[in-house]
Design a protein around this ligand. Structure first.
Ligand code: TXA
Ligand code: MG
Length: 311
């Protein structure tokens, strides 16, 4: 069921979290499938409902830096980044504090923890009211397209998820930028709305990009997986579609759906998952997507598209 974000419903959601149940949580990036990050049984339900391989760790969502510092070891650089980009679409992987209450399953047994402080007012209220970190992967069946509305979450899980709090359409529409921070070394693990250039400006140094072929480079288990895929085959860099296919355009062009007529990358990011779902619902022979420039959040859009596309 979808619930409005009234104070009463927020309190109901919090009481469900306290009972160890899952809820659909709105954030500014995508909706999360959320539960108590300290409770292994709850977190096991998240993995089961999503069909997620349990070597792939979850992000723990906090309401501020103070809460985050109880669970992760923040170097000066990590602190600087948190102060700069939180609350927001930014996840920081740091060493886990010894004796942390977060359960091993949340972190998939790793010695690191991923922490994010979301900006969405409803997420903030729920985490603050709950008083502890909330584990939340994107609220979709593993490998499928991420949800950017409460309705999307409902269509993923149906009655298996009794409470979804409606926070409206996600403003950003793509998952957070993920970085690993060890001492003063920052490695990008996932592209997102916050760009490498912005991060480099804050730290006054270079950001490494995670390298799967380098044993010493920090990595994210999620980097290995095929993701964000609709049922129809998806093709990139297209400018026309054949009979029975759907063309998702960008900029001034003839197409079935347009990510942004004015070539605005923010708007395209916010529309991306919704339009892929919309196209897929028509059961086309193929979904074709126009070329999107690789600057700013365009790098994150292209990262998601390349993982979703036919090889
Ligand atoms: O915007 C977002 O980040 C959304 C909303 C709900 O907050 N969440 C999200 O979660 O996208 P998920 O589970 O779909 O993606 C989390 C990513 C995965 O690629 C995972 O491998 C990586 O973060 N990750 C989590 N913990 C990690 C760790 N300790 N070390 C490296 N990577 C980690
Ligand atoms: Mg996901």
């Amino acid at each position: 069921m979808i619930f409005s974000p009234s104070q009463e419903n927020i309190e109901i959601a919090i009481s469900h979290l306290k009972m160890g149940n899952l809820i659909g949580l709105p954030t500014e990036t995508v909706y999360g499938l959320a539960g108590d990050a300290r409770n292994a049984q709850t977190v096991a339900k998240i993995f089961a409902l999503k069909g997620r391989p349990n070597f792939n760790p979850l992000i723990s969502h906090v309401c501020d830096i103070e809460m985050a510092k109880k669970y992760g070891e923040f170097s000066d650089t990590a602190k600087l980044l948190a102060e700069h980009f939180w609350p927001g679409a930014f996840t920081i992987v740091v060493p886990r504090l010894a004796g942390s209450e977060i359960c091993d399953l949340t972190c998939a047994g790793l010695e690191t923890i991923a922490l994010r402080c979301p900006k969405h007012a409803v997420a903030q209220k729920i985490i603050k009211g709950f008083g502890a970190p909330i584990a939340a992967p994107s609220a979709n069946i593993s490998g499928q397209v991420s949800p950017t509305s409460a309705q999307h979450v409902k269509s993923e899980f149906g009655d298996n998820l009794p409470i979804i709090i409606d926070g409206g359409e996600c403003q950003i529409g793509l998952e957070s930028t993920v970085v690993a921070v060890f001492e003063n070394e920052v490695t990008l693990l996932r592209y997102g709305a916050i760009t490498i250039e912005e991060i480099e400006n804050v730290i006054g140094g270079r950001v490494q990009i995670a390298n799967l072929n380098d044993e010493k480079s920090p990595k994210s288990p999620g980097m290995l997986l095929k993701h964000y895929s609709p049922n129809a085959p998806l093709f990139l860099d297209c400018d026309k579609a054949n009979e029975g296919e759907i063309l998702i355009g960008f900029g001034d062009m003839l197409c079935d759906l347009n990510l942004s007529k004015t070539s605005n990358l923010q708007e395209a990011a916010a529309n991306l998952y919704r339009m892929i779902r919309q196209a897929d619902a028509q059961k086309p022979r193929a979904i074709k997507i126009a070329q999107i420039q690789n600057t700013g959040i365009g790098a994150a859009i292209n990262d998601r598209l390349s993982r979703a596309a036919e090889k």
